[in-house]
Write a protein that binds this ligand. Sequence first.
Ligand SMILES: Nc1ncnc2c1ncn2[C@@H]1O[C@H](COP(=O)(O)OP(=O)(O)O)[C@@H](O)[C@H]1O
Ligand SMILES: [Mg+2]
Length: 241
Amino acid sequence: MTPLISIKNLNFSYEKDLVLENISLDIYEKEFLAIIGPNGGGKTTLLKIILGLIKSKDVQKNTYKISYVPQDTNEHKDFPITPLELTLTGLANAKKYFGFCKNDKKRALEKLELVGASVFAHKRLSELSGGMRQRAMIARALIREPKLILLDEPTSSIDAIGQQQIFELLHKLSLDVGITLVSHNTNALFGYAQKIAHINKTLTLHDAQNVKPLDTNSHICEVELLQSFIQTQNSNKMQKR
Ligand SMILES: Nc1ncnc2c1ncn2[C@@H]1O[C@H](COP(=O)(O)OP(=O)(O)O)[C@@H](O)[C@H]1O
Ligand SMILES: [Mg+2]
């Protein structure tokens, strides 16, 4: 299968020092990929390179139908707009000169329905919970009918239950569209992401099926998760011998 995105031996620096070093990664259709790693590790930079906001010759794109849900900062939550209007802005480039037709609104409402936010379609964003605002952002990403949606820490300002629900939603959506998600909540990713990429300048890709939480009742921090990666890798090596 041809990957949607193929990155080969990518090196990138803003200034002198390398921010990303020798990164190779293929992203396939309908794949749920989670990107984890420490602050400053290069996660957002990699998303921007995939999107084309930062140009790189080491990235081959086999689709331009990519949507982006930027980091949720809570900054614009008072912006006077409804989820329906927000969703329609996903079409804004194409529709700038023509306005939205009835059919666009129908599609926007369908996308809001799909993400479980249709009852709030006509409310102000400022009246909604963080989780509902993020759902509206996801509806906005979906209305472009993308092959791939990139999300940068979409749940950082949402409570634990809300985060879990967003992961469930993204998992459901990944039956139809590729999902690449940056998240700090590694614990919540279990059972949802198929692959986990750890980025700290270099990238290590893991098959999520081989990674088990160490203790399902407690919070799993990233270090513990990595330990369990290493254990899995070692036991795989032992088995191959
Ligand atoms: N526009 C920029 N100019 C210069 N350095 C940047 C810029 N954006 C990010 N960086 C640096 O690149 C590194 C990776 O940043 P980033 O991709 O935002 O990491 P992450 O998303 O994993 O926290 C950091 O050291 C950061 O300071
Ligand atoms: Mg970031």
